[in-house]
Design a protein around this ligand. Structure first.
Ligand SMILES: *[C@@H]1O[C@H](CO)[C@@H](O)[C@H](O)[C@H]1NC(C)=O
Ligand SMILES: *[C@@H]1O[C@H](CO)[C@@H](O)[C@H](O)[C@H]1NC(C)=O
Ligand SMILES: *[C@@H]1O[C@H](CO)[C@@H](O)[C@H](O)[C@H]1NC(C)=O
Ligand SMILES: *[C@@H]1O[C@H](CO)[C@@H](O)[C@H](O)[C@H]1NC(C)=O
Ligand SMILES: *[C@@H]1O[C@H](CO)[C@@H](O)[C@H](O)[C@H]1NC(C)=O
Ligand SMILES: *[C@@H]1O[C@H](CO)[C@@H](O)[C@H](O)[C@H]1NC(C)=O
Ligand SMILES: *[C@@H]1O[C@H](CO)[C@@H](O)[C@H](O)[C@H]1NC(C)=O
Ligand SMILES: *[C@@H]1O[C@H](CO)[C@@H](O)[C@H](O)[C@H]1NC(C)=O
Ligand SMILES: *[C@@H]1O[C@H](CO)[C@@H](O)[C@H](O)[C@H]1NC(C)=O
Ligand SMILES: *[C@@H]1O[C@H](CO)[C@@H](O)[C@H](O)[C@H]1NC(C)=O
Ligand SMILES: *[C@@H]1O[C@H](CO)[C@@H](O)[C@H](O)[C@H]1NC(C)=O
Ligand SMILES: *[C@@H]1O[C@H](CO)[C@@H](O)[C@H](O)[C@H]1NC(C)=O
Length: 445
């Protein structure tokens, strides 16, 4: 029973919403001026730990210490996107929402298939008349990958986001004939940081922004990196991120005997005198890297190993995931495990540009909403309302970064950690975002 939970079957049906979605490969040109860093090529998990120690050493700015100069990156790339529209669309001039995921996710963050799409952001946006384009950020998932240190950084990813935005406005977005008059942007976490950067660099590119899982307070970034216990993605899930393949038949054999890891470990432990119940053995697996090794077998129907370089990293295991992204008691463990087995890596260049390089004064003049879980560990240190009395909340302080915004609104989502979409009340947050856009004349109903 518990073993089945670890390898929980996931319905991938398309039953939930009356929506039509298209997978689109969008050619873009990455054009970005960004930092050149010098860090030794990581060879092992030990090197990943050294990097994390270097990055978090108090009194040093490792980003600055590793910076050797700047360069302009100019490269063609493909962005993997999903365009969705409601089947009962009746608007002559719909608004499209461009959705940018955060670290550890890909575009499926916005359309989680778990529990028959009960956590789908896209379903809620479509029910309010919006169209959506969710992308795998440049460097991640099915989008083009690149050098994880000096190419896959925030500015390069924002450049791709800008190209996509302009195609939607001009009607040149592949397979979509509409030229959208209104384009709004929704981000989560690092995707919010990139949405912030887009609105700062190209204030006219967007009509309104919703920054979810976000604040401008970087106090808890070192704590987050420490929690992640970074390992090479290639080693953490070799079938998804390395160059390993297993035959189809052994994959199915493994799935057929999906209780085997628990039974095997239990009997090995018994043979040396350690008595653990099946649940305890399941926990040993599910809360350690062994869980990643086993779960990747069924991460997708036929995983295609991404063969990413060693500068692509990931947190070590599901408990590290929980610390950073989830608020205990407020999420379904099965969905948490699903997010661990389908997780995506983070690059060294992304870590260097996570909290650096964004202008503190953003000239954007449209409506801005910040939606952050009250218990967000990464951007609020676990309590967004504890500001020592200087503001209503830590996310509310983002208002000072947008002196010219026509409207600024903060939503502190109760009972929710950083990964908003994975919590029980995710649809509550989705509704607040649609209401914000609609009430500010940005489309929808
Ligand atoms: C593996 O994944 C597929 C597709 O998501 C699902 O149909 C199947 O039930 C899963 N098997 C197990 C043992 O989890
Ligand atoms: C789009 O791609 C996903 C995998 O990324 C696949 O599951 C789905 O069936 C595809 N949809 C269409 C309409 O091709
Ligand atoms: C960590 O910092 C030390 C001292 O600056 C340096 O020699 C080493 O190359 C760095 N290693 C990594 C992986 O960042
Ligand atoms: C960055 O490092 C250089 C020396 O390499 C130093 O002069 C400069 O003050 C540092 N800047 C910051 C922001 O730490
Ligand atoms: C660290 O160095 C980077 C690169 O020079 C710089 O952008 C950033 O502002 C510095 N951070 C702090 C806290 O000084
Ligand atoms: C983008 O994908 C097309 C095929 O879909 C391929 O021909 C092209 O080389 C790819 N471009 C890049 C930069 O990877
Ligand atoms: C989806 O959520 C609703 C309530 O929010 C619940 O009634 C329903 O059972 C859930 N469906 C699934 C498949 O989890
Ligand atoms: C389309 O369907 C959704 C629910 O599936 C509903 O909320 C919405 O009002 C409908 N829109 C129109 C224009 O009928
Ligand atoms: C944005 O549009 C306004 C009005 O159309 C124009 O005055 C302004 O220069 C534009 N700003 C940028 C950065 O393109
Ligand atoms: C995987 O890559 C390593 C080098 O990084 C190579 O030695 C090995 O042969 C590759 N394995 C496969 C199955 O391609
Ligand atoms: C971050 O939030 C903490 C707690 O509210 C506060 O003490 C600190 O001054 C904030 N830092 C910044 C840069 O706003
Ligand atoms: C769910 O989210 C909405 C929107 O933020 C909020 O108003 C409501 O109180 C939340 N419900 C619970 C039970 O947390």
């Amino acid at each position: 029973m518990v073993a089945v939970t670890l390898l929980a079957p996931v319905l991938l049906g398309c039953l939930a919403a009356a929506k039509t979605c298209t997978n689109v490969t969008v050619p873009v040109t990455i054009m970005a001026r960004q930092g050149m860093f010098e860090v030794p090529t990581l060879q092992s998990n030990f090197d990943a730990t050294t990097f994390a120690l270097n990055f978090t050493t108090q009194g040093t700015n490792f980003t600055n210490a590793s910076l050797t100069g700047y360069q302009t990156v100019n490269l063609p790339a493909n962005i993997s996107a999903k365009y969705c529209k409601p089947d009962n669309d009746s608007s002559a001039s719909p608004t499209v929402q461009v959705l940018s995921h955060g670290i550890g996710f890909d575009k499926s963050y916005w359309d989680l298939p778990y529990n028959d799409y009960n956590y789908s952001y896209i379903d809620v946006a479509l029910a309010h008349g919006f169209h959506t384009v969710s992308i795998d950020r440049f460097g991640i998932g099915n989008s083009s990958h690149g050098d994880p240190l000096n190419v896959v950084q925030a500015p390069a990813e924002v450049s791709a986001l800008y190209d996509i935005t302009m195609m939607l406005r001009s009607g040149d977005f592949p397979s979509v004939s509409t030229a959208f008059n209104k384009v709004v942007h929704v981000g989560h976490s690092f995707g919010s940081a990139q949405t912030y950067l887009l609105s700062a660099m190209h204030p006219n590119a967007t009509d309104g922004i919703a920054l979810t899982g976000f604040s401008m307070n970087a106090t808890w970034l070192p704590q987050t990196l420490a929690d992640w216990n970074l390992h090479l993605a290639r080693l953490n899930q070799p079938l998804r991120f390395g160059n390993q393949t297993v035959s189809r038949s052994s994959r199915w054999t493994a799935l057929f005997f999906n209780t085997a890891p628990v039974q095997l470990l239990q009997s090995v432990l018994q043979s040396i005198g350690i008595q653990l119940s099946p649940y305890q053995v399941w926990e040993e697996i599910a809360t350690t890297e062994l869980g990643d090794l086993i779960n990747q077998w069924n991460a997708t129907v036929a995983p295609i190993a991404q063969n990413v370089p060693t500068g692509y990293l990931t947190w070590s295991d599901f408990t590290s995931n929980i610390f950073a992204f989830l608020h205990p008691g407020m999420f379904d463990i099965g969905l948490g495990i699903f997010s661990e087995m389908t997780k995506q890596p983070v690059t060294l260049g992304e870590i260097f540009t996570l909290a650096n390089g964004a202008p503190m004064i953003n000239p954007f003049t449209g409506p801005v909403q910040v939606v952050t879980g009250q218990r967000d560990a990464i951007y609020c240190g676990g309590d967004c309302l504890n500001t020592g009395g200087v503001a209503a909340s830590i996310p509310a302080m983002v208002k000072s970064n947008f002196p010219d915004a026509s409207v600024f609104e903060t939503v502190i989502q109760p009972n929710t950690g950083h990964g908003i979409n994975l919590h029980y009340n995710s649809t509550g947050a989705y509704e607040a975002i649609q209401t914000f856009f609609t009430s500010n004349n940005l489309g929808g109903y």
